[in-house]
Design a protein around this ligand. Structure first.
Ligand code: OGA
Ligand code: MN
Length: 298
């Protein structure tokens, strides 16, 4: 296996692996280390069945099954379909997933470790791929927070709420997202996490405050919290933390959900088709206690 950094703020290409075959323990360990180091791993020319995608993904932690049951692959509740394609009048998947900056599952007690996405249909225009996935390096963001603010915010916690992202997406013109039922809301109540997490692989601190789900810094007044979150969200938006991944057909993309946040670029139309299968890997291998998120170092 050969891992080559993009030489940018995030990202590395991984060559020499056929992900349809079972990896050795040593290969899995190398990929975990690389994920911590590079944040985003890119594998090209992978032909995978849904079962093979699931088998690869679950080597890294428990796979999440969305309680809504939306857009699950036939026979595989752990595999979600991201797609704007429609067949016989039925959407094949979720068309607007992730189209704003966020960190997956920050609204859950057990947070996400990684995502694994395999793209089989990639929208194109004038020979260029559309529907890129963008990332920001939250480890680099942490390092740049002024020392005084780091000290002031140490040991503070943030409330994260699933509803925030859902409602924001629903309010967009043309959204087909339904209102969440009370039952769905009950299944995903708001949760607290430390504002700074220690990354279980790199052991570096990261800013864990994404605009998609972060609601409030609990220990501060509403006004102070609003001001500081606005400052932190703006800080993260600087170009120097940004990495953009351009999809290729049959590529597999794996990213670290602790050291990065991400955004799906919505620059393609309904007739420009995208079809991606996805597994959400939870951080079950890295956190012992769901309540406190004490990291188990790799
Ligand atoms: C996700 C997500 C980004 C994309 O799968 O969690 O945000 O580009 N997807 O599809
Ligand atoms: Mn996402």
């Amino acid at each position: 296996m050969k891992i080559t950094s993009t030489q940018k703020i995030l990202g590395a290409q991984v060559e020499g692996l056929d992900l349809s075959l079972a990896l050795s323990e040593a290969q899995v360990a190398s990929l975990i280390t690389a994920l911590g180091t590079h944040g985003v791993l890119e594998f090209t020319n992978q032909t995978l069945t849904t079962a093979q995608l699931k088998a690869f993904s679950e080597r890294f932690g428990e796979l999440y099954v969305s309680p809504g049951g939306r857009a699950q692959a036939e026979g595989f509740p752990e595999v979600m379909i991201l797609s704007n394609m429609v067949q016989d009048g039925k959407p094949l998947g979720i068309g607007d997933a992730g189209q704003s900056w966020h960190t997956d599952m920050s609204y859950s007690n057990m947070i996400a470790f990684a995502n694994v996405l395999h793209g089989t249909v990639i929208p194109q225009r004038d020979g260029k791929p559309l529907g890129a996935t963008q990332f920001r390096n939250t480890q680099a963001v942490y390092n740049d927070i002024p020392q005084e603010l780091k000290e002031r915010l140490a040991n503070k916690t943030i409330t994260h709420d699933f509803n925030k992202f859902w409602d924001m997406m629903r309010s967009r013109p043309g959204s087909v997202r339904p209102a969440l039922s009370d039952e769905e809301k009950r299944k995903r109540p708001p949760v607290d996490h430390p504002i700074f997490l220690t990354h279980p692989i790199t052991r570096q601190k990261v800013l864990y405050a994404n605009p998609g789900y972060a609601m409030k810094i609990n220990e501060l007044s509403q006004q102070e919290s609003d001001e500081i979150l606005e400052y932190l969200f703006a800080l993260q938006m600087q170009d120097k933390y940004l990495y953009t991944y351009h999809w290729e057909k049959d590529s597999l993309l794996m990213w670290d959900n602790i050291g990065t946040m991400h955004n799906a670029v919505a620059d393609y139309g309904p007739d420009e088709h995208r079809y991606i299968r996805r597994c959400q890997v939870m951080a079950t291998h890295f956190y012992g206690d769901q309540g406190t998120l004490a990291p188990i170092f790799f």
